[in-house]
Design a protein around this ligand. Sequence first.
Ligand SMILES: Cc1ncc(COP(=O)(O)O)c(C=O)c1O
Length: 374
Amino acid sequence: MRMFDVYNVYPIAPYRATNVYVYDEQGNEYLDLYGGHAVISIGHSHPVYVQSLKAQLDKIGFYSNAVVNPLQEELAKKLTEFSGCTDYKLFLCNSGAEANENALKLASFHTERKKVLAFKNGFHGRTSAAVAATDNPGIISPLNANHDVIHVQLGDLDSIEKILKNRECCAVIVECLQGIGGLDEADSEFYIQLDKLCNLYGTLLIADEVQSGFGRTGEFFAFQKHGLNPHLISMAKGMGNGFPVGGVLIHDTIDAKKGMLGTTFGGNHLACAASIAVLKVLESESLMDNAISVGQYLKEQLSLFPAIKEVKGRGLMLGMKFDFKTTDLRKKLLFDHKIFTGSSNDPNLIRILPPLTLQKKHVNELLDALNQLL
Ligand SMILES: Cc1ncc(COP(=O)(O)O)c(C=O)c1O
C-alpha cells in the first residue's frame, strides 16, 4: 500500500529536531523558519515538553471523556491566566478544522441561524463547515459547497453591515491576521466596528486563532491587539507544539446541550500534558516577548533588502513580499541554504513562522542566505 497522494512533498526526511533546527539521517541541518506550519511554538524537542510527555505516558496516556481528567481543569486554568480570557469555558478537540467546525456549529445552535459571514482569502480548515467558510473553491467538494457562506473583503464594513442587518448570520469567522491568505490585517478600527456590528445584529464573532494564537504574534491571541471580545476563539497548531491538540474558548453567555459537542480523543491526558508544558515554557522563557523583539529585528533587517517590497505581519508571523513569484527562491533557500520557509496563497509572498525561541543569530543565517540569493 502507498500513501494517498495529497501533498506536495520535498525529498527531505526529518529524523530528529532540536529547538529551531531539523536534521535528516545524513546529519544535514535545516533552520526551521516554517515551524512545521506554525506548529512548533516552544522549539522542537524542548526538554520540559519531552519530560512532561514522557512522565505523563508513564502514568496514563489516554482515557475517554466519560471520566474526570484533572489535567483538563489545569489546562483551562492556565489558559485563563495566560490569555487573560476570563469569561470563557474550554472545549478540547484535536485540530484547527475541528475547532472551527465546533465553533460554527455552536454559533448556529445558539442563534438558530444558518448563514455565515467569512472573509476573502481566509482559511479555516478542510472539514465540512470549516472548508465552506474557507475562500478556496479548489478544496471544496459538492458536499461542502455551502451557499449560506458569504465571503467579503477584509475591511469592507458597508458590505458586512448590509449582510448582518438581515439577522440571518449565526457567525462572522475571521483570522484577524490572515495566515495562508498572505498576512493581511485590517486596522483596529475595522475590527472594533466588526465587533459592534456582530453585537448589534445578534451574530457571534469567531476569532480563528489556529495559526496566530498561542503567542505567535507577541500577543497571546492576535485579536487582542485590537481589543476585541469574540464569542468563540478557535486554536490549535502552537497549542501542542506538535502534539495534536485543538480547542475552542466559548464565552460564558453561550450554552450547548450535553452531547452536542464531543470527541473521542480530544482533551486526552497526553494532549493536556503537551499543552500545559507549552504554556509553562511560554511563560518561563518569556517567549511572547521574544516573539516581539526578534520579530521586530527580523522585520527591520528584511526591510533593508531592496528586493523585498514589504514585510507583512507581526511578531514571528511574518511575510516577505516580492514583486516576483517566489517558488524558486524558496527552493534555493531550502536546498542551497537549508532553510525551511512557508508559502502562501500569494505567489509573491514567503511566510516566516519559526519557533518562538528564535534568536537574532538564527535571523542572521537567513539574512546571509538572502544576501547571496537576492
Ligand atoms: C487559520 C487556520 N485555521 C484553521 C486551520 C486548520 O487547521 P488544521 O490543519 O489543524 O485542521 C489552519 C491550518 O493551516 C489555519 O491556518
